[in-house]
Design a protein around this ligand. Structure first.
Ligand code: GLU
Length: 443
C-alpha cells in the first residue's frame, strides 16, 4: 500500500477481466483512474474481475500487472499489496457475494427461476448522472439473471457488490459500459445505496475508419511497446491525450503537471483516434530529451542483447557513440541498426543507399580523392579540425562539402543517414575510418 495515507475519500478502481493481453483501451482506463486518484489524493484500487475462469488467466494477469508497473500506474490496494477489503480477486470473494445475495432475497428483490437467480427490477427509470455524458435516463424493463444456474455470479451483480463493499466513490470506465449502468444503478438502489459518480470515457477509434480499436489492430497491445523499447513515460503521455488535453496546446507534459491539471469534466466527449505514428513521434522526442546518463542506462542493455558489445569495447567509446547517436534517434528500437557499424567491421551496406549515392555522382572517385589527402594529413583527429580539413579540401576542388560527405558516410557506415558526420569520424577514429575507405575504394 502507498506510504502516504490518502488525503481524500475519493476511491476509484480499475477492474479488468484478464481475458486477453493488455490493450491500449484498458491501459487508458487504468491511467485515467490513476490520474484522478493522484489528482485528488485519493485511493487507486486494482480489482481483478476473474469470475469467468479461463485457461490463460494466470498469464494474462501477469502481463497486466507488468504492464501497469511498466507504465508507472502503482495501485494502493489490490493484488500483491493487499488492502482492508479482503481479496481483490473476484474468484475469491464468493462468501461476500453470498451475503449480498441473501440481502436481495430478504427484501424480495431476488428470486429463483429455471435454476438461476433473477433480480427484480423496480420499474422506475434510472438516472445516470455522468461526469462526461451529463444526465442519462434509462428504464430497465426486464428482470435479469444475477447468478447463473451453474452457481456462477453474473458480472453486473459482482461488479456492483464490490463497488459497494470496497467503498468506491467514482466509477471511471469505457463508454461500452454506459448501457450497463442502468442495471447497476438498479442494483445499488436495491441495496439501499447511492450509486457512485460515473464517468464513461469515450471510445478509442482505430487509426483509419470508423470502428473501435480492437486487440487485433496494429499497435493495440502495451506489451508490444515494452518489447520495442518504447519509453513508458512517452506511452503514458500519449495515452493521456486519448480523450484528455491540457487546454494549453502543449502535448508533451511531465506527469506531475498532468496530474495537477487532470479532472473528470476535462475529459473529451468525442471519441479519440489512435495514431500510431504520433505515438512513435512522441517516443522519439522523449528519447532525444533523456539526460545522457539515463539514455546510457536504457541503451546499454539493448546493445548488449544485440551482441554489439561482445568484443568488450571501452566504456568511454560506448559513451561517445551513444552521445552522438542520441540526438538523431527516432526511438530506442532503431538503436542497434543505427549504430552497429561502430562496433563491428562486417556491417551491412544499405542497398537503397548505394543506389542513392551512385545516382548523385561518382562516389568511388570522391572517396579515393579524399583518402589520398587525408592519408597524408597529420592534424589532430577531432571533429572541428576534420570539418575544417574537409571544407578546405572540397573548396580547393571547387566542390560542395556534401559531394564528399555523402559517399564518405556511406563508405564508412553503409548508410546514408546517421549521427553528425564529423562527430562520427572523430568517434570511430583515424584507423577505422581509413581502413573502411580503403576497403570501399578497392570495391
Ligand atoms: N471487468 C469489467 C471490464 O473489464 C469492468 C467494468 C467496470 O469498470 O465496471 O470491462
Amino acid at each position: 500500500m502507498s506510504a502516504v495515507p490518502p488525503s481524500s475519500s475519493v476511491r476509484v478502481r480499475f477492474a479488468p477481466s484478464p481475458t486477453g493481453f493488455f490493450h491500449i483501451g484498458s491501459a487508458r482506463t487504468a491511467l485515467f483512474n490513476w490520474l484522478y486518484a493522484r489528482h485528488c489524493g485519493g485511493t487507486f484500487v486494482l480489482r481483478i474481475e476473474d469470475t469467468d475462469r479461463q485457461r490463460d488467466a494466470e498469464e494474462y494477469l501477469q502481463v497486466l500487472l507488468e504492464g501497469l508497473r511498466w507504465l508507472g500506474l502503482d495501485w494502493d490496494e489490490g493484488p500483491t499489496v493487499g488492502g482492508p477489503y479482503g481479496s481483490y480477486f473476484q474468484s475469491q470473494r464468493g462468501e461476500i457475494y453470498g451475503e449480498y445475495l441473501q440481502k436481495l432475497r430478504d427484501s424480495g428483490r431476488a428470486y429463483d427461476r429455471d435454476g438461476a437467480v433473477w433480480f427484480r427490477v423496480s420499474g422506475e427509470p434510472a438516472t445516470i448522472d455522468d461526469r462526461i455524458r451529463g444526465k442519462v435516463q434509462r428504464l430497465e424493463e426486464k428482470d435479469f439473471v444475477i447468478v447463473r444456474s451453474d452457481g456462477s455470479p453474473v458480472f453486473h451483480f459482482v461488479n456492483v457488490v464490490d463497488d459497494i463493499a470496497m467503498a468506491i466513490s467514482h466509477v471511471v470506465r469505457g463508454e461500452d459500459h454506459l448501457s450497463n449502468s442502468s442495471k447497476h444503478v438498479e442494483l445499488f438502489q436495491a441495496f439501499g445505496r447511492t450509486p457512485p459518480v460515473y464517468a464513461h470515457i469515450p471510445l478509442i477509434l482505430k487509426t483509419n475508419g470508423p470502428g473501435k480499436m480492437s486487440k487485433r489492430d496494429s499497435g493495440a497491445l502495451i506489451e508490444e511497446y515494452q518489447r520495442r523499447h518504447y519509453l513508458p513515460e512517452a506511452v503514458r503521455n500519449y495515452l493521456c491525450l486519448l480523450g484528455w488535453s491540457s487546454k494549453n496546446d502543449r502535448e508533451i507534459l511531465p506527469i506531475d503537471e498532468i496530474i495537477s491539471l487532470f479532472d473528470l469534466p476535462a475529459i473529451n466527449h468525442n471519441n479519440a483516434r489512435f495514431d500510431e505514428k504520433k505515438l512513435a513521434h512522441m517516443n522519439g522526442e522523449y528519447v532525444r530529451a533523456l539526460p545522457a546518463e539515463e539514455f546510457y542506462d536504457h541503451a546499454l542493455p539493448i546493445l548488449r542483447e544485440e551482441g554489439l558489445l561482445a568484443d568488450g569495447p571501452a566504456e568511454d567509446y560506448v559513451r561517445s557513440v551513444l552521445t552522438i547517436c542520441q540526438e538523431k534517434l527516432r526511438g530506442l528500437e532503431e538503436l542497434p541498426h543505427f549504430c552497429a557499424y561502430f562496433f563491428r567491421e562486417n556491417f551491412p551496406m544499405d542497398g537503397d543507399g548505394r543506389k542513392k549515392i551512385l545516382a548523385s555522382g561518382d562516389p568511388f572517385a570522391r572517396v579515393e580523392e579524399f583518402l589520398a589527402a587525408i592519408g597524408q594529413w597529420n592534424g589532430e583527429w577531432a571533429a572541428d579540425l576534420l570539418e575544417q580539413f574537409l571544407k578546405t579540401f572540397a573548396a580547393e576542388r571547387d566542390r560542395n562539402s556534401s559531394a564528399y560527405i555523402h559517399p564518405l558516410r556511406y563508405a564508412i557506415s553503409g548508410q546514408t543517414v546517421g549521427p553528425g558526420f564529423y562527430g562520427m569520424l572523430a568517434v570511430l577514429g583515424r584507423e577505422r575510418v581509413l581502413a573502411r575507405l580503403v576497403r570501399f575504394s578497392s570495391h
